[in-house]
Ligand binder design. Structure first.
Ligand code: UN1
Length: 513
């Protein structure tokens, strides 16, 4: 299928018919079975990827551990220069990589480009940060003593990423890990292995051009069994995992069992509170993009709208009307708003959610359904749906990774809306639409949203890379990307230096010999 210049894009990214799925920057080690990547856009086979066996994995880990020993001694700003070069290559390949993301994953081309832009942005952020890996200095209680803390490189970082952001989430992790002096072993989702190959090909060029130790960026491919090799591996001090809460609980327990660190970025059940003081026009754009962007497969997707009863009908009608404008179809065609779901399993979960919401007492406002006919041959295209529901429904409490939006009604004050918003197990993203300062500040206060992300007059999705990204409760508690998220990729060391000629003990303890 060479629609929209996909063939050129694949060539530019070095994607062949069969690709080596286990590699360091310089060598390939794949000897496992083959993984086939089919596009949800047109159902066509894009290419194949060889998976990693335990022996392949070991070779990669040996290269990674060896690379770490030298990479950690390279000054951080020089590592920043490597990341800068990587960001430059991403700028050159933005179009090709954005297209591949769109074709292999199914998100709209605009969102595919947006994802590559996030990679570029985090590279820029990391370059600056490479000169700012600051620790504090403290005043010692003892005379002629100095105390400070410093951050040292941690080691091999294991990255397990999901299909929905097949390139950006890896970049959030690697760009920071590299400037911190860590090396990375990445297992992309088995649903988007070619995005992994494409990224690895790009970084391999940087590794070659700079004569860097092979193994600073390693790729492995396969299903959860490959992931298990990583989570159980004592050579990996930090596992950064993005995906379902179910997966995260398994990862967390395995990694904790060996007292490793994990950075978890799991499910969300994100809501927008719409108060009587909301700007309806802004609400509609924010809610619709949040609910149908990436076909509802962002961890930040808007799942629930919590609308005050006094404006419920007005907001409902405006959103329902906006849904009639949505064009669903090939995401590479920029006339379309919504592309396909990732695969038929996702379609089945979507259909089941719609059945469940009705069975549990919900009322369908915008009919869903699986689309068939010309352009929908892959069987992965669905109609974004809306249901009026109650927060207590089991299905509303659950994160369905599809474009299903629940409208919930609240009466009373913003506190009542917050009870509903916070009344779920997940805690990733949240938003309030209001021009009322008191409501907005209450929402942001300690008694307000319990999520890792809380926005005012912005939807729940589409966060910038400069802030720390992540959430509370069953979202896993991890923070990636901006702010001081880099600290998790380093180990902290406290240093006390005595430049005097006696040895006073802390806490004034006397110990004379
Ligand atoms: C995800 O869905 O895993 O905030 C990440 C957003 C994007 C990242 C989402 N910047 O929607």
């Amino acid at each position: 299928a060479n629609q929209f210049g996909m063939k050129e894009a694949l060539t530019q990214l070095g994607i062949k018919e069969i690709n080596e799925g286990t590699s360091t920057g310089l060598q390939n080690f794949s000897s496992g079975t083959t993984l086939e990547s089919y596009s949800p856009v047109d159902g066509q086979l894009i290419a194949k990827v060889t998976t990693s066996t335990a022996a392949d994995y070991d070779k990669v880990m040996e290269a990674a551990t060896a690379a770490f020993k030298t990479f950690r001694t390279m000054p951080a700003p020089q590592r920043g220069e490597i990341v800068r070069q990587f960001g430059e290559k991403l700028r050159e390949k933005k179009e090709a990589l954005g297209k591949l993301v769109s074709y292999e994953m199914g998100k709209s081309l605009q969102e595919g480009y947006g994802e590559v832009q996030e990679m570029i942005d985090i590279c820029d952020f990391a370059v600056g940060l490479s000169r700012q890996l600051h620790g504090l200095t403290m005043h010692s209680e003892r005379p002629q003593h100095r105390m400070y803390e410093q951050y040292h490189s941690l080691g091999v970082v294991g990255i397990i990423s999901a299909f929905n952001f097949p390139v950006a989430v890896w970049a959030w992790n690697t760009a920071l890990a590299w400037i911190c002096g860590d090396v990375c072993v990445w297992k992309p989702s088995e649903k988007t292995p070619l995005c992994g190959i494409a990224c690895q090909n790009i970084i391999a060029e940087v590794i070659k051009e700079n004569n860097l130790p092979e193994g600073i960026s390693c790729l492995i491919n396969g299903d959860y069994k490959v992931g298990e090799m990583m989570t159980a591996d004592k050579r990996i001090p930090l596992i950064s995992a993005t995906g379902s809460t179910r997966m995260g609980k398994i990862v967390a327990q395995t990694v904790a069992g060996r007292l490793g660190k994990s950075l978890l970025e799991l499910g969300g059940n994100n809501a927008i509170i719409v108060t009587p003081d909301a700007d309806i026009k802004m609400t509609v754009i924010g809610a619709v993009f949040g609910a149908v962007g990436t076909a509802g497969q962002r961890c930040t997707s808007t799942r629930r709208l919590i609308i005050h009863e006094s404006i419920f009908d007005k907001v409902r009608d405006a959103i329902v009307a906006a849904y009639q404008q949505l064009k669903i179809g090939n995401p590479l065609d920029e006339n379309n708003h919504v592309g396909p779901l990732i695969d038929k399993d996702a379609v089945a979960m979507y259909s089941k959610a719609l059945e469940d919401v009705v069975a549990q007492g919900g009322k369908i406002l915008v009919e869903g359904g699986v689309l068939a006919g010309e352009g929908y041959e892959s069987g992965c295209y669905v109609q974004p749906a809306i249901a009026e529901a109650d927060n207590t429904f089991k299905i509303v409490q659950h994160e369905t990774f599809a474009p299903v939006l629940y409208l919930l009604k609240y009466t009373g004050s913003v506190e009542d809306a917050l009870d509903i918003q916070n009344g779920v197990a997940q805690g990733l993203s949240s938003a309030i639409m209001t021009n009322n300062l008191r409501e907005a500040e209450h929402f942001l206060s300690v008694a307000g949203s319990d999520c890792g992300i809380a926005n005012v007059n912005i939807g729940t999705s589409g966060a910038e890379i400069g802030g720390a990204f992540g959430g509370e409760k069953e979202t896993g508690g991890g923070r990636e990307s901006g702010s001081d998220a880099w600290k998790v990729y380093m180990r902290r060391q406290t240093n006390t230096i005595n430049y005097g000629s006696s040895l006073p003990l802390a806490q004034g303890i006397k110990f004379d010999l």
